[in-house]
Design a protein around this ligand. Structure first.
Ligand SMILES: [Zn+2]
Length: 242
């Protein structure tokens, strides 16, 4: 099926690009940032795409001001990891599920040509996260269609993963554990650029994602790890013998 990651377990080149596509900057860095940092550490490239600025996330700072702070923090945190930061300015809480959004993300995918995309799992109570899942699904499909004429030529994403996220836990079943021990400190330092990392918005992201990386490390026999989930078709193996 065009646009779908090919089945099988082929490796992607370490020098290739990993793109994290999230509804909000916090999700991009806290839930998806470690795989980005890991890819860069191993000689590849990383891109963070935020569909909104998460500008309504503060209980004390007005959205116009908070959006600017979120943008600044995202650019700075991306620089600390050696990654690119891109934004699509959909309103926080109102990210639309439509072709325009999927085509906008399609254009990002065609521009940066990631081998791997990490995004939200659909099992979320947050409507923006569910929207991001749907938008990325369409974007990967469109990006790979040669007959769909856009500014850049078609590009097939080789692998898609869904990130573990405290808001996206319904039916989340990890099948892949990535050793992030080498980048754990760098990744958490980048996350700490966001004031919300320390729990200012009501959830203790710092404690949660640090502890989660430790717990996933216990489960996978690494010091620190992130757990990722693959689309079912990506786990299909085609072999000549067992
Ligand atoms: Zn979010």
């Amino acid at each position: 099926m065009p646009g779908r990651p090919p089945v099988g377990d082929a490796e992607t080149a370490a020098s290739s690009t990993l793109m994290a596509i999230a509804a909000h900057p916090g999700d991009a860095f806290f839930a998806m940032g470690a795989p980005v940092a890991h890819r860069i550490h191993h000689g590849g490239h990383g891109v963070f795409v935020s569909l909104s600025l998460g500008e309504k996330g503060s209980v004390t700072i007005p959205p116009s001001e908070y959006g600017a702070l979120q943008r600044e923090a995202t650019v700075r945190a991306a620089q600390m990891l050696g990654a690119q930061a891109e934004f699509l300015a959909y309103p926080d809480g109102q990210i639309p599920i439509n072709d325009e959004a999927s085509l906008a993300v399609c254009d990002m995918i065609r521009e940066y040509q990631p081998a791997i995309v990490v995004t939200h799992w659909r099992g979320s109570w947050h409507k923006d996260h569910r929207a991001c899942f749907e938008i990325v699904d369409g974007a990967i499909f469109y990006a790979a269609l040669p007959a769909l004429a856009r500014k850049q030529p078609a590009h097939s994403v080789k692998k898609l993963f869904f990130a573990e996220n405290w808001e996206d836990s319904e039916d989340f079943r990890p099948d892949t554990y990535l050793d992030i021990s080498a980048v754990f400190e760098r990744w958490t330092e980048a996350c700490a650029v966001f004031p919300m990392w320390r729990g200012e918005n009501g959830f203790r992201y710092d404690d949660y994602y640090r502890s989660l990386a430790r717990a996933n490390g216990c489960l996978s026999n690494f010091e620190y790890a992130v757990a990722l989930m693959s689309p079912a078709e990506q786990l299909t193996r085609r072999v000549h013998s067992l």
